[in-house]
Design a protein around this ligand. Sequence first.
Ligand code: DGL
Length: 267
Amino acid sequence: MNRTIGVFDSGVGGLSVLQHIREALPEADLIYVADSGHVPYGDRTAAFIEARSMALTRFLLSQGAEAIVIACNTATAAAALPLRKQFSKIPFIGMEPAIKPAVAATKSNVVGVLATVGTLESARFAALLEKYAGSVKIVTQGCPGLVEVVERGDLRSLEARRLVERYTAPLLQAGADTFILGCTHYPFLAPLIREVVGEEISLIDTGAAVARELKRRVDTELPPRVAMGVIGSESFHTSGDVERATRITSQLWGKDVAVAALPQAYS
Ligand code: DGL
């Protein structure tokens, strides 16, 4: 039997992480839930995000998930601790803006962070800065509207470009040479961000590191499985509109996939 890994996000952004998980664990069955009926999380209360994260986790466990990736920086900030407390036997792998590698990489000693307001205002983010920023100046930029353009599959429009220009300008002005993509939706905008900011700026996201950490924890914490050499499957669920989710998920995943409605009890 293949391993089963659950992955959730406020919407389709976590698919950027799922791509890395697929590469790291080719034999795992992956269950993805997009909470697109409640996106964006960025301006919701921590209590709301925690309640949604609990419901999505219950759904993933009902489907046989043995480990769960919180493929959302905002949900990790609001809900990782309560989730780990409530489901203490399940490995949870969260995501947070990659301050440590960015601080190691910057030459100008200024790092820019693009993230949701929820992430930037969280105690978890403050603790991350305290721990890793050292003498490097960290300039943060909340990006209202950016999650929504990715949810529409709109990675190239004038509106998307204007938002990217507006949010990257203050970071460039502050002298940042390293930008952290601190929201899992943003890697889908990386080609556009690259066009706007030029080749000199390093863009850092955490999808690959999270997939490596998932593999390490699966290998060390879950009971051993005999590898069957069978390629794992993916299944996709949404709390939003199924027709739209099918279209956007297929676009971002890079092939036609079916998306099922999240059962009412978890929506
Ligand atoms: N992908 C989520 C993150 O990583 C987006 C949160 C939102 O819906 O605002 O933060």
